[in-house]
Design a protein around this ligand. Structure first.
Ligand SMILES: *[C@@H]1O[C@H](CO)[C@@H](O)[C@H](O)[C@H]1NC(C)=O
Ligand SMILES: *[C@@H]1O[C@H](CO)[C@@H](O)[C@H](O)[C@H]1NC(C)=O
Ligand SMILES: *[C@@H]1O[C@H](CO)[C@@H](O)[C@H](O)[C@H]1NC(C)=O
Ligand SMILES: *[C@@H]1O[C@H](CO)[C@@H](O)[C@H](O)[C@H]1NC(C)=O
Ligand SMILES: *[C@@H]1O[C@H](CO)[C@@H](O)[C@H](O)[C@H]1NC(C)=O
Length: 440
């Protein structure tokens, strides 16, 4: 029996890159995973498996785009007052709301911003419609001012900001650099050539921005790339950022989608490191605790280290970017995101796996904040709750405009990342308001 299951698992995983989703669901029907969860699992499983150069998520692993040299730095706007437009007190920018027309958008283009990653440069690759650019987020009952580059740079003068996490963290940081390019371009002062770890300086403002690749936030690795399984050490914060962020004033965390990959979960809990469960491993005797468990425990470990003595700044936890925007099929069966305008607030809402993962994030955030308050540590925590706003923007993804139509590559429609410019720019409208409210 055991041998048979193992054989089935090998077969499943071995042919996964070419396996249509319905077969996958058939094979694994007895597992505890729900179908929507499984769809995402399958998506990421297939994405994860491919070591081929051009397959989905791995194709997005080329890091922050470097500036053409010599890099330009504008003079500081010394005379300018920091009269940033603020939301009125009592306005919760993350409360339910809607996207309303913004005739002044976009605020940059691929010509004014040379920092857009190829796969998110939707205009370059022929996206024909422009309407999706002209919306802004409006929380019910108040207005969220659009990004003000000079005000942002004033707010972050003499500070540092680290993005830690997955490719959505990079998408976010590139949006920020593009919005700032109206006033200043950064200088790449990275100490490594690894594109996943970049440090950018806005010299005139003494502001440093950096990105650390750590899609699980805790230690995770693939013991054998042919077997498509990940080992995730749920109580070991990833050394890729753990010590490096201690000197930063602010850290923005981004993690969720990578947890959908099949994985074995390890925990030491003070003792010997042992398997405590798995997600979609189909190994007899190992309980499938699902990605809800791994996301929860990894987040708990990451937040614990950040609320401890290693870090005394502000932690911003950004909630997940929706995983649910494929329509008309699964990601590998023609699923696509071809809408050209946002949903109205009454047309959709956060549901299914997105809702579960969001709940995990909010719960772990609240737990960490309560612990930090109880211990009287120096860390402040803020939740950047973007999920409900973004679930209304199925029109903002690259879809098939992340590469040339004639390119002979297996790149699926991308309904995960966001075009630049695009709705993700609203994350920085929100970030600016959060910084204005955060005395650093
Ligand atoms: C910018 O987008 C235009 C289409 O709007 C495209 O023709 C051009 O090649 C793009 N340029 C760059 C540098 O990405
Ligand atoms: C630059 O900012 C750092 C804090 O990030 C501060 O310690 C330093 O004094 C600042 N340098 C100048 C020249 O103001
Ligand atoms: C944070 O503050 C605590 C208590 O003031 C101090 O012991 C610790 O060294 C600080 N950590 C960092 C990284 O500055
Ligand atoms: C959503 O609300 C608008 C008015 O804001 C209304 O016209 C429309 O019919 C509603 N749609 C649904 C599906 O309820
Ligand atoms: C596309 O790539 C595949 C596999 O690499 C190859 O067999 C095929 O000939 C290529 N087609 C074209 C039109 O280049």
């Amino acid at each position: 029996m055991q041998a048979k299951i193992e054989q089935k698992r090998q077969r499943l995983l071995g042919i996964a890159p070419d396996l249509p989703l319905h077969k996958l669901q058939l094979v694994v029907a007895p597992t505890a995973a729900s179908l929507p969860a499984l769809a995402v699992v399958a998506l990421l499983l297939l994405l994860a498996t491919a070591r081929r150069p051009c397959s989905f998520l791995d194709a997005y692993r080329s890091g922050v785009v470097s500036l053409p040299s010599p890099s330009r730095t504008s003079p500081p706007h010394l005379g300018r007052s920091a009269a940033a437009a603020r939301v009125p007190s009592g306005c919760d920018i993350f409360r339910p709301g809607q996207w309303v027309p913004d005739d002044d958008a976009p605020y940059y283009t691929n010509l004014t911003c040379p920092l857009i990653q190829e796969h998110q440069n939707c205009m370059k690759y022929g996206r024909p419609d422009r309407g999706f650019l002209r919306w802004r987020w409006r929380p019910d009952g108040c207005d969220l001012p659009r990004f003000d580059a000079a005000a942002f740079l004033d707010a972050v003068r003499d500070t540092s900001l680290a993005f830690v996490g997955d490719s959505l963290a990079r998408n976010h940081m590139q949006s920020l650099m593009c919005l700032l390019s109206k006033v200043a371009y950064p200088k790449d002062v990275s100490t490594t050539t690894n594109p996943e770890f970049r440090t950018m300086r806005y010299e005139a403002y003494n502001f440093t921005m950096a990105i650390f690749w750590s899609p699980f936030l805790v230690r995770g690795h693939q013991p054998d790339p042919r077997r498509h399984m990940w080992d995730i050490y749920l109580d070991e914060p990833d050394a890729a950022w753990r010590d490096a962020v201690s000197g930063f004033d602010r850290v923005v965390l981004s993690a969720a989608t990578w947890f959908t990959r099949p994985a074995m979960f390890y925990e030491a809990g003070g003792g010997r490191v042992r398997v405590v469960g798995c997600h979609y491993c189909l190994v007899p005797g190992v309980p499938d605790r699902t990605l809800r468990y791994s996301l929860r425990m990894a987040l708990r470990s990451a937040l614990r280290v950040l609320t401890g003595p290693r870090f005394n700044g502000t932690v911003i936890l950004r909630t997940l970017s929706p995983t649910s925007h494929f329509e008309g099929g699964e990601w590998d069966r023609g699923g696509d995101c071809r809408r050209t305008r946002p949903f109205a607030a009454n047309e959709t809402r956060v549901a299914g796996l997105d809702l579960d993962l969001h709940a995990v994030q909010v719960e772990e955030f609240s737990r960490a904040r309560a612990e930090a308050e109880a211990s009287g540590g120096g860390t402040r925590l803020a939740l950047m709750d973007t999920t409900a706003a973004m679930v209304l923007r199925p029109d903002g993804h690259p879809s098939r405009y992340g590469h040339w139509p004639h390119e002979n590559v297996t790149l699926y429609n991308d309904c995960v990342h966001w075009c630049l410019p695009g709705p993700i720019d609203a994350w920085n409208d929100m970030l600016l308001q959060m910084l204005l409210a955060d005395p650093s």
